[in-house]
Design a protein around this ligand. Sequence first.
Ligand SMILES: Nc1ncnc2c1ncn2[C@@H]1O[C@H](COP(=O)(O)OP(=O)(O)OP(=O)(O)O)[C@@H](O)[C@H]1O
Ligand SMILES: [Mg+2]
Length: 268
Amino acid sequence: MGASISIDYISHRFSPSAALTLKEVDAKIGAGEMVALIGRSGCGKSTLLHMLAGLMLPSEGCVRINGHQLSKPSAKWNMMFQKASLYPWMSVKQNAALGLLFAGESKHESEQRVDALLDMVGLSDKKDAKVQSLSGGQQQRVALARSLATEPEVLLLDEPFSALDAFTRSALQEEVPAICRAQGITMVIVTHDIDEAIVMSDRVLIMSQNPGRIVSEMEVDLDWPRQHMDSGFQRHRDELMQRFEGTDTGLAGRKLDPDNDTESKSAA
Ligand SMILES: Nc1ncnc2c1ncn2[C@@H]1O[C@H](COP(=O)(O)OP(=O)(O)OP(=O)(O)O)[C@@H](O)[C@H]1O
Ligand SMILES: [Mg+2]
């Protein structure tokens, strides 16, 4: 079952003389809730996500998971970074099973459990390949399988699909929330892509920059799986765009996504 996250008045500067990167960020995320965090490049999304993972402590304020103040990372919450960090000398299957091995599962059991996940992320024919021989997008999918294998309470995703082709990305945008919903995992995804935020989340938090603050939020009240062509989807997209335009995010407006035929909108 997922964990609840409480972000309690976090402010952060990277050095005493530096400007504030984050200012009084305050938000609650319910157990099993899926939240997207959007905002311009450099506004502090990754910094905040690292704090949710316990990988970085804020200058002021704190993160609480299930009410407990976070001071270090835990195997119960997994973070997937903008770039996959894999062991190049190991096979796909061994890399995907690493989290399970660290959690004390046997090698045999771990590799069995990642089998289905590797099928899901479209790597059925690559299980025994060395990760070095994989493309960037394929490596990112191994990292995703590894993150899901331990059935974490919290899954933190930092632009996980940016290196993927449009077909794989669209499949995973549907699969990942479905897995989180089925397992009750609390998910926070950082993305630049407004459509991705609507496709994958129950609620979207919008950040401004200099300093990074949560300036607006929007519930996504749509059935699963989300359909881009639904009128409800378009309504949410327009609403989110309006909220952007009403903030100091400096969003430039519509942008064509080169990997996708349909028009999408970007937060940066
Ligand atoms: N270790 C660090 N030391 C000093 N400044 C940092 C450090 N890490 C990040 N910053 C600064 O903090 C700000 C927020 O960075 P962060 O990586 O959180 O942004 P982001 O919203 O994730 O951007 P992007 O969308 O480009 O990934 C940036 O101005 C960045 O230069
Ligand atoms: Mg980032």
